[in-house]
Structures are given as structure tokens and as C-alpha cells.
Design a protein around this ligand. Structure first.
Ligand code: AMP
Length: 446
């Protein structure tokens, strides 16, 4: 759960990268950073915090150059320390490089242990650092070959940006688990970003997605880019969770607008069973598009009867159960005037630990709702995702421990329904395959 951006051959690249990272803040709020290449030197600025906390006019104006890479971090591997911010820059035999990575490497420990045994000194806790060591230790003559060799050693999910002093290499793993798109900036430069919502903010035009298994090479001063098929991408599998929860609704992931997909999933959910209710209420913001689809399909009125406070800072996001309980109350407030004595269908995008939904049902009852029918726009999450979505351990996943009926009882709803796997796939589009690990436990990259 991170965002990456690359800017090539564009004036004031760092500033454009900053705006792109700002648009992709939802993909990571722990740390942010930008590396620029200027006068044959790479300069990096990174720190813990949100994009607009890390960067200001002063530090951005020190990041001069026409080429930049940037990163927003949401820790899935590593820790919450400033040394675990990206990009990671280093000096090695061929000069300076900097890398930014989104995704999770599944053979992280194996590769790291081997590198340490051979004498490598690690500076961070991140799996991404393996890549820079592998590049530095390769005996190949050119950076491109070194990257290819390094990629041969790693497994898992990655969207990777490697910037040298004059080139940028962009690679997506052979399954294309995390999204990555290419756009054209107004001044003729290029932008590569995790999500297309970044293109909208900086006025870039979408060109195409980076293909699974593809390496794209941009060069300073060049008006085009080179493409190499590194791996044979036979069955691309974009992560279904990007559509369900993670990506911004205004992004287009693999040709599909996320908002439309979510609405469609809501329609599928409404077809499952007909309920006599007074209204459909979304859990804001994540459940809104699916609830709209549900209301459209069922013909029930749509009411924003739960109001969200948008100013709940990260200060309150503490990992203890007690703090999580309070967090829901701080964030969501159901309106008694709308809900009193009513039978409602509540739609949310997913149930992970069950804490949020239990609290929501409690708050809705307190506000006077008579019947609460909880509908989830995803299947039961039974397995941890290991390809870059932050999910708790198996034991914390409520649907791993409990049946649907037990979850219903636990959260206190009158009825509860999830989507089946087939329904989810039909809602997104059954013409292709998806990474569905959280639901089916099929860890296709071992
Ligand atoms: P809970 O069941 O209390 O763990 O939380 C479920 C809520 O968290 C859902 O409403 C989702 O919108 C949201 N959610 C789903 N997946 C994630 C994730 N990987 N990280 C943070 N929030 C998530």
C-alpha cells in the first residue's frame, strides 16, 4: 500500500512529483519522499508525515531537475521509522541511483539473509532495500542488465522505479499485482504513477498502463521511451482489493474506472436478496459508490444518514483495540432524525477485523434504527494479503475465525451478507483474472 511516481523530461520535476504524491496520499500516510537528478547528481528529501507536512516551498525549491521519482509510504514491510521512508538512494560502482517501490516481496527474508551473510550492510528494515543491494552487487556492466539480474532474484509484487543520473527504469512484476500507468505531461515530459488520479491533478494525459512483466526505459532528453518484455506475462492478476477499497474512485485501474466498478459491485450485492427496508445507508466514504449501486438496483432511497468527520488526524490512529473503538465514534456519526424507527440496509466495502462494523451497528441502534441489514461489497476476508495490502494476521481476521452467522451475531446486525467470489469477479468484470488472496488464500506467488 504505497504510491510511486516518476517524472521524466519535465521542468521542475520535483514539484510535479509533489502534486502527484498529494493526489495519491490515500495510498500511504506514514512517510513521503522525492529524489531528483540534476547536473549528474541525485538529491533526495524524505521524512515521516503527510506529503504537505514533509514538503514545503523551501525544500521543494532545493530539489531542482527535470527527472524525479517520489514515494508515499504505508508500511507493509519494515517499520515506522524515518529511515524506512523512500526513495532509497545509494552510490555504487556505476554512480548514483535511487529507487522507489510499491508492493511486497515474498522472498524478502531469504534474500536479505543471503546478502547479509555475504557482507551487505542494511540501513533500513524495508524489503525494497534488497533490490538496491542486488543491483550494486551484480557483476553486469550496465545498470539495465543489473536491474534485470536483481529482478531475477526477487519474488512478489512490485512496481519499481529506478532512477540513475540520466535514465529511469520502470518495471511492473509479471502478474501486474499493483497498478502503474504512464501519462504525458503538457510540456512533453512523461509521468509514471500508481494511480491515474495523479494525472488529473497535474494535467497529464493517460497514455497506457505499464504491462505486467514490462520494463520501460526513459532517457534524459529523449522524446520517447523504450519497452522491453522482461517476463512472460501469461495471466496478469491485478489485486481486486484495489477496486474494492484501496484505489481512489476517480482512478482508472487496468482500463476500469474504480467508481463505476464499485457501483457495479453494489448492484450485484442488491441482486443477492430482496429486503424490505426504508433506505440504503453507506458507511462513508468507502461504502458510498457500492451503496449507490445497491440503491439503484433495489429501488430503495439512498440516504447519507451517517456523517463522517474528515478531520480525524492520524494522532488517534493507535493500534490498540480500545483506541480503534474510539476512532470509529470520532469519525462517524449517525443521524437520529433520519434513522429513528427505520429499517435500513447499511453498505460497507469490507469487514476486516469487524471492529468498525460492530461499532457502526451499535451507533445506528443508539440513533434509533429499528432493523439493520449489513451488506458487504466484498467476500469474507479469510487470509492475509502478502502482496502489498496491509492486512492483520489470520487470527485477527474475523471471517477467518467465524462463520457469516457468527459474524452477524458479533456485530449485532439483523442480517448480514457478503459477496461470493464469483459475484465479486462478475462485478469487476469476469473477462480477466484477479489477485484474490485475501478471499481464497491462493498465494500464486509463493
Ligand atoms: P475493521 O473490520 O474494523 O477491521 O475495518 C473495516 C474497515 O476498514 C472497512 O470499512 C474498510 O473501509 C477499511 N479497510 C479495509 N481494508 C483496509 C486496510 N487494508 N487498511 C485500512 N483500512 C481498511
Amino acid at each position: 500500500m504505497c504510491a510511486v511516481v516518476g517524472i521524466i523530461n519535465s521542468k521542475d520535476a520535483a514539484r510535479t512529483a509533489y502534486y502527484a504524491l498529494f493526489a495519491m496520499q490515500h495510498r500511504g500516510q506514514e512517510a513521503s519522499g522525492i529524489s531528483v537528478s540534476f547536473n549528474h547528481h541525485i538529491k533526495t528529501y524524505k521524512n515521516l508525515g503527510l506529503v504537505n507536512e514533509v514538503f514545503n516551498n523551501e525544500n521543494l525549491s532545493t530539489l531542482k531537475g527535470n527527472m524525479a521519482i517520489g514515494h508515499n509510504r504505508y508500511g507493509t514491510a519494515g517499520s515506522k521509522e524515518s529511515k524506512d521512508a523512500q526513495p532509497i538512494a545509494a552510490n555504487y560502482l556505476l554512480g548514483e541511483i535511487s529507487i522507489a517501490h510499491n508492493g511486497n516481496l515474498t522472498n524478502n527474508k531469504e534474500v536479505r539473509d543471503k546478502l547479509i551473510a555475504e557482507g551487505a550492510i542494511f540501513h533500513t528494515n524495508m524489503d525494497s532495500e534488497n533490490i538496491i543491494h542486488l543491483i550494486a552487487r551484480s557483476k553486469k556492466e550496465h545498470l539495465q542488465e543489473r536491474i534485470v539480474e536483481a529482478l531475477g532474484e526477487i519474488k512478489g509484487a512490485y512496481c519499481l522505479l529506478v532512477m540513475s543520473r540520466s535514465k529511469m527504469f520502470v518495471v511492473r512484476d509479471k502478474y501486474g499485482i499493483r497498478p502503474l500507468s504512464i501519462g504525458r505531461l503538457k510540456d512533453g515530459g512523461y509521468i509514471v504513477a500508481s494511480e491515474t488520479c495523479a494525472f488529473d491533478l497535474v494535467g497529464a494525459e493517460f497514455i497506457r498502463d505499464v504491462n505486467p512483466g514490462e520494463m520501460i526505459i526513459f532517457e534524459e532528453g529523449s522524446n520517447s521511451f523504450e519497452s522491453i518484455e522482461l517476463f512472460n506475462a501469461q495471466a496478469p492478476r491485478i489485486c481486486a482489493f484495489e477496486y474494492i477499497y484501496f484505489a481512489r474512485p476517480d482512478s482508472t485501474v487496468e482500463g476500469k474506472n474504480v467508481y463505476e466498478v464499485r457501483k457495479n459491485i453494489g448492484k450485484v450485492l442488491a441482486k443477492k436478496s430482496k429486503i424490505k427496508a426504508d433506505m440504503v445507508v453507506p458507511v462513508p466514504d468507502s461504502g458510498v459508490p457500492a451503496a449507490l449501486g445497491y440503491a439503484f438496483e433495489s429501488g430503495l432511497p439512498f440516504e447519507m444518514a451517517i456523517v463522517r468527520n474528515h478531520y480525524v488526524g492520524r494522532t488517534f490512529i493507535e493500534p490498540t483495540q480500545e483506541m480503534r473503538n474510539l476512532k470509529v465514534k470520532l469519525k462517524l456519526n449517525p443521524m437520529g432524525e433520519i434513522l429513528k424507527g427505520k429499517s435500513i440496509v447499511v453498505v460497507d466495502d469490507s469487514i476486516v477485523r469487524g471492529t468498525t462494523s460492530k461499532k457502526i451497528v451499535e451507533l445506528l441502534r443508539h440513533a434509533g434504527a429499528k432493523e439493520i441489514h449489513f451488506r458487504v461489497a466484498a467476500p469474507e476476508i479469510k487470509f492475509p494479503d502478502v502482496y502489498g495490502i496491509d492486512t492483520p494476521t489470520k487470527d485477527e481476521l474475523i471471517s477467518h475465525k467465524m462463520s457469516v452467522e457468527e459474524v452477524r451475531e458479533y456485530i449485532g446486525a439483523d442480517s448480514l451478507e457478503f459477496l461470493s467470489l464469483d459475484e465479486l469477479v462478475s462485478g469487476i468484470g469476469s473477462e480477466r483474472k484477479y489477485s484474490l488472496v485475501s478471499f481464497d488464500g491462493d498465494y500464486f506467488v509463493k
